[in-house]
Design a protein around this ligand. Structure first.
Ligand code: MF3
Ligand code: CO
Ligand code: CO
Length: 302
């Protein structure tokens, strides 16, 4: 087993499980960590250590880790390129062209293209589109929210990340759903610990989303990722703490909560891809690819 910490960039490694006592709590309460979630987190860590099964590690070669680092970095850079260029008045197919060319220019392949018949190189999901929006001639307008989801295949390794952009002057509802979805991803990452359970992640996300009067889409989940786009484990964004598969060092998986302003119901359009909210209300999503280490979690796409 290689020591993954050595191969990481200086700023990229953040052990999510151990904020300092006097830091503001990760839950956003505004209280100091020691006055808020410190005790709960410590008892969870102790419980996890108690359950620790040292034989349960997925060995990853140095090549594998390097391959994932490079692919995730390219996915991140591609999304940043979109962030730098996206503007009101362009079409979603324009974004697709940027993404397609940028990824090819970096000697990689856009993973969505022809994946299970998906016709384009990225997903662009506007307003009430939850995910899997197909880029087309739709023009981005002031007040829209749009998720752009990037997955690249670099040397056979997959990296997956997405963000929802607020376009110009947006309604309070639009601002709210984006900020709740972004926070759900942060909370999901904070709830991820080696030898914890996959259900811890969804439980934390769901608790926060519901506290904000939003709902969590259940039809689509996060996923293991590596030499395949989608693999085990499935990572639901809802569920119960302490349930589900053990989170094991060596795992790579995504967390990608889709959060709705209204109800959680999903409808798939005629194109067999575009997933929209049943009630027509807004939906937002953020996604990162994570690497589980023995002593914490590395967010590969930030
Ligand atoms: N990138 C999406 C995910 O996060 C999957 C898109 S599948 C596609 O898992 F075919 F629509 F591209
Ligand atoms: Co994904
Ligand atoms: Co994705």
């Amino acid at each position: 087993m290689t020591s993954p910490i050595k191969s990481q960039g200086e700023n990229s490694y953040r052990p999510r499980s151990k904020p300092q006592r006097n830091d503001p709590c990760w839950c956003g309460s505004g209280k100091k960590y020691k006055k808020c979630h410190l005790r709960e987190d410590e008892s969870r860590l102790a419980q996890n250590q108690h359950n620790h099964q040292p034989q349960r590690i997925i060995k990853r070669s140095e090549d594998f880790i390097k391959g994932m680092e490079e692919s995730c970095k390219l996915a991140k850079d591609t999304l940043q390129m979109v962030a730098d260029n996206i503007k009101i008045g362009i079409t979603t197919i324009q974004i697709n062209t940027w993404v397609h060319e940028y990824i090819l220019d970096h000697d990689a392949v856009p993973a969505p293209l022809n994946y299970k018949g998906f016709p384009k190189s990225t997903c662009t999901s506007l307003n009430d589109v939850i995910c899997h929006g197909i880029p087309d001639n739709t023009i981005i307008r002031e007040g829209d929210i749009i998720n752009v989801d990037i997955t690249c295949n670099l040397n056979g390794y997959f990296g997956d990340t997405s963000r929802t952009f607020l376009m110009g002057d947006c309604s309070e509802e639009a601002i709210k759903i984006c900020s709740v979805a972004e926070k759900c991803l942060e909370i999901g990452i904070a709830a991820t610990t080696p030898y914890g359970r996959i259900g811890d992640i969804g439980a934390a996300i769901q608790e926060y989303a519901h506290s904000m009067n939003c709902s969590v889409v259940e039809k689509f989940v996060g996923h293991g990722i590596g030499r395949a786009f989608h693999e085990e484990p499935q990572v639901p964004h809802f569920g119960k703490k302490g349930t589900g598969p053990l989170i094991i060092p060596g795992m790579f998986f995504t967390i990608e909560p889709m959060i709705n302003l209204g109800k959680k119901g999903v409808k798939i359009l005629e194109d067999d891809w575009t997933a929209v909210t049943e009630d027509g209300k807004l939906s937002a999503q953020f996604e990162h690819t994570l690497y589980i280490m023995e002593n914490g979690v590395k967010v590969m796409t930030e």
